[in-house]
Design a protein around this ligand. Structure first.
Ligand SMILES: Nc1ncnc2c1ncn2[C@@H]1O[C@H](COP(=O)(O)OP(=O)(O)OP(=O)(O)O)[C@@H](O)[C@H]1O
Length: 625
């Protein structure tokens, strides 16, 4: 399975956790309980309270059962008060047994009601808790850096955390159930101890092997699932590209269906084989250990029977003791298995909570300086160098230039020259590794990150096509003004999106995209106009358009840019484009190559220079002749 093209090498197994690490993982349970408590205090309290009451039920049932049997046995030995039921009833001989039967009935009914109420509370609490985790996860993810989303390792961690958000609900019931069982065991053991203390000593023999087996298989299962995260993400990815609206066109035309299916099948099969092996081993060992436990029970049972025959125990005692032993045996196993399962689950919790421990590195200073309004001098890159995490080469090196206030600057260069990276640094999605970037002399790192983002309008080439209404698609450009219709219409007019939206049957309320039933898809250029409107929603002093017009036709592009120019008057703007018809409109052009500046000047100056720019321009112009 390592021969799949383009697949990452198989993950190297982490070493199994030491005993200490396992114990340390248990600390996550405290965080989990705190999270559940935060979710709903009344429900958490109700779940615990109901379980406390339910925990006393087994001993009560067994003891009442014993009393009933003993009373029945006693009644069989006395002289009958008369031939009929009425004689028995009226003599009062049956009073005790009737009361005992009524108590047992009440216990059964109460137990059923308690179980249902607990189930109800738990299921409601689980759902709420799962929502809380998802919200906390999203909130934390929103704080993280772009770097975290662009790195495969963090993607794996996010994926693992996301799986835990929905998958740990059973743990909640299990933990509370565990506490309930412990109280039940304590009461049953106390009862058993009074009659036959040595019986308790037999119990460990029956459950210790089972516990060992469970612990081992839980750990194996966890590590298997952990090692396989990259593969599972790949499976998800193949499943997604194999059946989604975005990819359908290309898949059909390239005939990629079989290729993807084969790839999916091979990958899924390896995981399946591993899981099957583990499940089989688990089943075989499980069967062996459970027979040991059954044998122990019958050993103890035989002994109690013998003591009853010899007259040491009553028949009621026999029922009580064998019942208690059976329950205790079962409960001990359940509790200890529960502990190993909880310990196993707490390893998964580590995936969840360690995600919350990832801290963003792009932070605002404690006392940020105010964002210059308006920008009076400009933005300066001073010998800036930047390398993407975990990559060898520099994306940008020794880059120095000033973007003057009020200037429209175009960045040109071949694919991978570093244009988008400059925008990411300018908007502080990343910090430079060398040098610094200043706005009116103030280092970007001395400003509040939120301020920077609020004062810059950016549309990236891979902008989002939100499956929201047209109004919302523009409104998200300035979320606090999402209901300001005048502002939205104005932005749409500036970006020429208004003509697109007017043609839609439901206008601004039209659902866009293909994801939902009533959605209407737009052409690439139309989507782009809607996206550009988002940048216009802001009163940004600095507007950055990263290849904004790639999908626009020539006429639309000319129109968008003449508007942009008139709008950008007095504003500072950066345009990235591969089209020289657009680029030539800029006040100044930077020609980039391998992350450094090759040439700089106006269109006319660069043509006169007869360098790289002139060469590229000629190449494109020749295409139109
Ligand atoms: N997230 C990333 N992780 C690692 N390397 C990256 C990442 N993004 C870009 N790079 C690399 O950094 C260099 C500059 O990329 P950048 O996206 O800035 O180029 P560009 O000039 O905008 O290209 P294009 O015209 O294709 O959009 C390229 O070599 C690219 O492979």
């Amino acid at each position: 399975m390592t021969d799949l093209p383009g697949r990452r090498p198989p993950p190297t197994p982490d070493k199994a956790p030491t005993f200490r690490e396992r114990i340390e993982n248990l600390r996550h349970l405290g965080r989990l309980v705190a999270q559940i408590w935060r979710t709903s205090r009344p429900l958490t309290a109700a779940s615990i309270g109901l379980r406390l009451i339910a925990s006393l039920q087994p001993i009560a049932m067994l003891y009442v059962g014993k009393l009933i049997i003993d009373e029945v046995v006693r009644l069989t030995t006395i002289t009958a008060p008369g031939p009929g039921f009425a004689d028995w009833w009226n003599s009062g001989t049956l009073n005790l047994i009737v009361v005992l039967l009524a108590i047992e009935l009440a216990l059964v009914v109460a137990s059923d009601l308690l179980a249902r109420a607990t189930g109800l509370v738990d299921s409601v609490l689980s759902e709420l808790h799962s929502n809380t985790v998802s919200v906390e996860l999203m909130a934390h993810a929103a704080r993280l850096d772009l770097m975290h989303f662009e790195s495969a390792e963090y993607q794996d961690r996010l994926e693992r955390a996301r799986r835990q958000a929905a998958g740990r609900n059973a743990l909640l019931s299990q933990m509370f159930g565990q506490a309930q069982d412990i109280i039940t065991v304590a009461t049953l053991a106390a009862g058993l101890f009074v009659y036959a203390p040595w019986l308790i000593l037999l119990l460990p023999l029956s459950f210790v092997p089972a516990i060992w087996g469970e612990t081992r298989f839980n750990t194996l299962a966890y590590f298997m699932s952990r090692w396989r995260t990259p593969e599972r993400r790949e499976l998800e990815y193949i499943r997604y590209i194999g059946a989604s609206a975005e990819t359908a066109k290309e898949l059909k035309l390239f005939g990629l269906g079989d290729f993807l299916i084969t790839r999916f099948r091979q990958l899924a099969h390896t995981i399946y084989l591993e899981n099957r092996k583990l499940s089989t081993q688990r089943a075989i060992w499980g069967a062996l250990f459970s027979s040991i436990s059954t044998l122990t029970y019958y050993g103890a049972y035989g002994f109690i029977v013998w003591r009853t025959v010899t007259g040491d125990f009553t028949i009621g005692d026999l029922a009580f003791l064998s019942g208690s032993f059976l329950r205790l045996n079962g409960l001990f196993q359940k509790i200890l298995l529960g502990f190993t399962q909880i310990a196993g689950q707490s390893m998964y919790l580590d995936d969840l909570f360690s995600f919350f421990e990832i801290e963003p590195t792009i932070l605002s200073p404690a006392n940020p300086k105010p964002f210059p309004q308006p920008i009076s001098q400009g933005i300066t890159f001073e010998d800036v160098g930047f390398r993407y995490p975990d990559t060898e080469g520099w994306a940008i090196r020794h880059l120095s230039f000033t973007l003057h206030a009020g200037e429209t600057l175009a960045l040109v260069g071949e694919n991978g020259a570093g244009k988008t990276t400059i925008v990411k640094l300018l908007t502080r999605l990343y910090d430079p590794d060398e040098g610094r970037i200043t706005i009116d002399g103030v280092d970007l790192r001395e400003l509040s990150v939120a301020d920077i983002h609020a004062h810059i309008g950016v549309i990236f080439q891979d902008f989002i096509r939100y499956s929201l209404t047209a109004r919302e698609n523009i409104g998200v450009g300035r979320i606090e003004d999402q209901n300001d219709m005048a502002r939205i219409e104005n932005a749409a007019e500036l970006s020429l999106a208004n003509a697109v939206i007017e043609k839609l049957p439901e206008g601004y309320d039209q659902q866009l995209g293909r994801l939902f039933k009533k959605g209407r898809d737009l052409s690439g250029g139309e989507w782009q106009k809607v996206a550009i409107a988002r940048a216009y929603m802001r009163d940004a002093d600095l507007i950055i358009l990263d290849e904004p017009t790639a999908a626009l036709d020539a006429k639309a592009e000319a129109e968008v840019f003449s508007r942009f120019k008139s709008l950008a008057a007095g504003k500072t703007a950066v345009i990235i484009s591969h089209r020289f018809s657009t680029v030539r409109m800029a006040d100044r052009i930077l020609v980039l190559e391998n992350g450094t500046i090759l040439e700089s000047g106006s269109h006319a100056e660069l043509l006169a220079l007869r360098g790289r720019y002139a060469e590229l321009f000629e190449l494109q112009a020749a295409g139109y002749r």
